[in-house]
Design a protein around this ligand. Structure first.
Ligand SMILES: *Cc1c(COP(=O)(O)O)cnc(C)c1O
Length: 425
């Protein structure tokens, strides 16, 4: 095996030295394994806790203690106004107007709510086109919606498959599936980034093709939000939803987000499940019997906002605002380029395949590898070496080097450990 000068601790450390965002790591609690900080490559699963989050949650608790229900109007950050600082920050991350974003519920719940609005099947147009091997929760949501409307799951859900012998789905095949089913599709619903392979889908092209087929286009951005550049409004996407506990570091079971294109705020063709928190705030508390929708995505919000969850979410978003999302994306590309580089360095003779696209525009920071032999043994050894990675059956290890708290040294260390583990076999 050839060792070049870039696959060295000194080189990795020199990249960290030059990194203008290296100060960000200190804003997070880094978990320990044994007596040393872990290499935490699970930001795609549960982002780390911002150090300020506990104080922010405590502030809400204190306002509750001090003001009771008047906390909605009193204190430094009255709860009635609290969510208003979130949408402008998310606006940059999601690529949408602030009024097109609503922070509410949880991801799968929002997926259902969005489908109540954007999946209105008719005898002629009733199909959903999605990726093969979508995240299970999404598959369950699609299936239950289809059944609720009285359609047959096998007929109504069209999954676009990867090319035989690969794990990636080409844009060409997606567009072809839309074209072939254009008379019968109601909805095209993909993830922005596939959770298993880390592949980024061409959301602009998919949306355009869906609209040409007279169907709505929606995206599940669980693995995209906070990870890649998004331009939902510009791409004319109809709706999207995402969770905030992965790349957006807002805690386990964090409050989630949804985007609804402004052109649908007054779209009378849409169904919507409504509740009092979606009523226009100017007359919400007049408690009138008819619903006046908020002139924004907030019309989809049904219930009182959960303040403790919002507090954790806000803390994290403020970090994104302070650091600047563009800078994070740049560092993310550098980290993943280095990760690809070192993985290739140690993969001779070949021990694994990289499932994630090599083209930097078609991936975020996650890299998935399928290990040829003793995959589970290799994975189990990683944790003993202080590395948190993620296991997917049958033989896939996923790692995400996130720009807020991962370092080039983390990547070097991971590759070095992996190389040793392969040599032991
Ligand atoms: C993480 C993830 C979910 C999880 O949904 P919750 O409702 O937040 O539990 C759903 N879909 C995708 C694509 C995910 O990556």
């Amino acid at each position: 095996m050839q060792i070049t000068d870039k696959f060295t601790l000194a080189y990795a450390q020199s990249l960290d030295e030059k990194d203008e965002l290296k100060y960000c790591r200190d804003k997070f609690y880094i978990p320990y394994i044994g007596d040393k900080e872990a290499v935490y490559f699970l930001g795609n699963s549960l982002g780390l806790q911002p150090k300020k989050a506990q104080d922010e949650v405590l502030n809400v608790m204190e306002n509750w203690a001090n003001f009771g229900v008047e906390g909605f109007f009193m204190g430094e950050d009255p709860w009635m106004e609290y969510h208003k600082t979130l949408s402008p920050i998310l606006s940059e991350i999601i690529g949408a107007k602030p009024e097109e974003i609503v922070t509410m519920n949880h991801l799968t719940v929002n997926l259902h709510l969005m489908m109540i609005s954007f999946y209105n099947p008719t005898a002629k147009k009733y199909k959903i086109i999605c990726e093969a091997k979508a995240f299970p929760s999404d598959q369950y949501a699609f299936q239950s919606q289809v059944k609720m409307h009285g359609y047959d799951v096998k007929d109504a859900i069209v999954e676009v498959q990867p090319k035989p012998g690969t794990e990636l789905i080409t844009t060409e095949d997606i567009l072809l599936a839309i074209e072939e089913n254009k008379d019968s599709i109601a909805l095209v619903l993909f993830s922005g980034v596939n959770y298993y392979t880390g592949q980024v889908f061409d959301m602009a092209a998919i949306t355009k093709a869906a609209h040409k087929a007279n169907a709505y286009a929606g995206f599940d951005l669980a693995h995209a939000a906070g990870n890649i550049e998004l331009k939902l409004h510009k791409w004319d996407v109809d709706f999207a939803c995402w969770c905030n506990y992965k790349y957006l570091n807002s805690g386990p079971g964090a409050i989630a987000g949804a985007y609804i294109n402004e052109k649908h705020f007054n779209n009378k063709d849409l169904n919507r499940l409504e509740g009092w928190w979606g009523n226009d705030e100017t007359n919400r508390f007049k408690m009138e019997p008819t619903f006046t929708p908020s002139p924004s995505a907030e019309a989809w919000q049904m219930s009182t906002a959960p303040m403790m969850l919002l507090a954790a979410h806000k803390t994290s978003l403020e970090i994104f605002k302070e650091v600047g999302f563009k800078k994070l994306l740049t560092k993310s590309k550098e980290l993943s380029a280095y990760l690809f580089y070192v993985l290739e360095e140690i993969n001779n003779p070949k021990k694994f395949d990289i499932l994630t696209p090599t083209n930097a525009d078609e991936r975020g920071c996650q890299v998935s590898i399928s290990v040829n032999e003793n995959a589970k043994t290799v994975f189990d050894a990683l944790i003993k070496k202080g590395i948190f990675a993620d296991w997917r059956e049958p033989n896939v290890i996923r790692v995400a080097a996130v720009p807020l708290y991962n370092t080039f040294e983390d990547i070097f260390y991971f590759a070095n450990v992996l190389q040793e583990l392969f040599q032991e076999k």
